[in-house]
Ligand binder design. Structure first.
Ligand code: NAP
Length: 311
């Protein structure tokens, strides 16, 4: 019979690691399960500027995460690397079954996060964090006075494009149709913004550059015409932001907890509709998905789990 933990945390991003720190510090027995590298989305973020206190010289997503991981370890959090394939969250003991083993606990914190829908162009992976970004709040400041392109036509793309105009000298929205999906009120503001330009009926086909993003090929979906866009010679790079939706990492929990469009519904204490099951971070329904809100969720979830266990 495997050990029954007080808490199993699924996902070692900022939410899961913080939940580990809080639960471990409360002297609960904690297992933190992660299938890959710690950090989730910020593991691919070069610079962290907006997490309070992250003013350490050379701070990056991975360096901040490394300190969070060490802190969780300091409080006795056990770790396992496994890909969970099925979960049974019913009953007083929850069971998670992975490729390597079966894990049991009286409470579970789901912190598997979400990931931005990729732009879908050739070479995209090579330039994420090197010109391609999926977070204007995180990365806009790096493009102060540069040219920036935004892919998408929904509320997020248009609102983030407007935010980017505070930094970039020119922002071009690349949209696959000839009209925006965004709300009319948001569209009106964008059309009135002299820094915002549009490339209609277009998709990014490929990206390239010498280390940093400096060239891309855009395809007109109506005519099939290909246009190469190059960075201004003095700039040497441009920014490309993708806002074509997010995908929650929640397929595993379908039917097990209540969701809204794939995001887990919680109350203010991170409780799902299933007793003993909590969710924290980007996986849950919320209005701002940032490291600071993920860590806050993790702290609340662990505290709520402790309260549940003591009842
Ligand atoms: P969204 O509304 O689903 O819009 C996604 C946009 O990306 C659409 O314009 C879509 O084009 C485009 N797109 C999708 N897949 C694409 C692909 N493979 N290649 C190129 N373009 C692609 O997503 P969102 O803007 O992230 O918004 C998500 C939800 O949050 C929405 O309900 C939105 O109203 C809400 N939201 C609200 C606010 C606000 O109220 N202030 C702010 C942000 C988000 P098509 O139009 O051609 O389908």
């Amino acid at each position: 019979m495997s050990k029954i933990y007080d808490v199993i945390i699924l996902g070692a991003g900022p939410a899961g690691l913080t939940a580990g720190i809080y639960a471990g510090r409360s002297r609960l027995s904690v297992l933190l399960l992660e299938k890959g590298k710690d950090g989730g989305q910020i593991a691919i973020t070069d610079e962290i500027e907006n997490y309070p206190g992250a003013m350490v010289e050379g701070e990056s997503g991975p360096s901040l995460i490394a300190r969070m991981s060490a802190q969780a370890q300091k409080f006795g959090v056990e770790r396992a690397g496994d890909v969970i394939k099925s979960v049974d969250l019913t009953g007083s003991v929850k069971t998670l079954t992975g490729v390597k083993g079966t894990y049991q606990a009286r409470t579970v914190i789901l912190a598997t996060g979400a990931f931005p829908t990729p732009i879908g162009c050739e070479n995209e992976g090579k330039f994420v964090g090197k010109g391609i970004s999926f977070c204007a709040t995180c990365d806009a400041a790096f493009f102060e006075d540069f040219e920036v392109y935004v892919v998408g036509g929904g509320d997020s793309a248009v609102e983030e494009a407007m935010y980017l105009t505070k930094f970039a000298r020119k922002v071009t929205i690349i949209h696959r149709r000839d009209m925006l999906r965004a709300a009319k009120s948001i569209q009106e503001k964008a059309f009135a913004n002299p820094k915002i330009h549009f490339l209609w009926d277009s998709v990014v086909q490929s990206v390239d550059g010498d280390g940093l993003l400096s060239r891309m090929v855009v395809k007109n979906v109506k005519t099939g015409a290909l246009t190469t866009i190059e960075a201004d010679e003095e700039d040497g790079l441009f920014g490309l932001f993708g806002f074509i939706g997010y995908r929650p990492n929640s397929a595993l929990f379908e039917g097990a907890v209540e969701m809204d469009r794939g995001y887990i519904i919680t109350d203010a204490d991170m409780r799902t509709n299933v007793p003993g099951v909590f969710a924290a971070g980007d996986i849950r329904v919320k209005s701002l998905r940032q490291v600071v809100t993920a860590t806050a969720d993790g702290a609340i979830a662990a505290t709520a789990a402790e309260r549940y266990l003591s009842q």
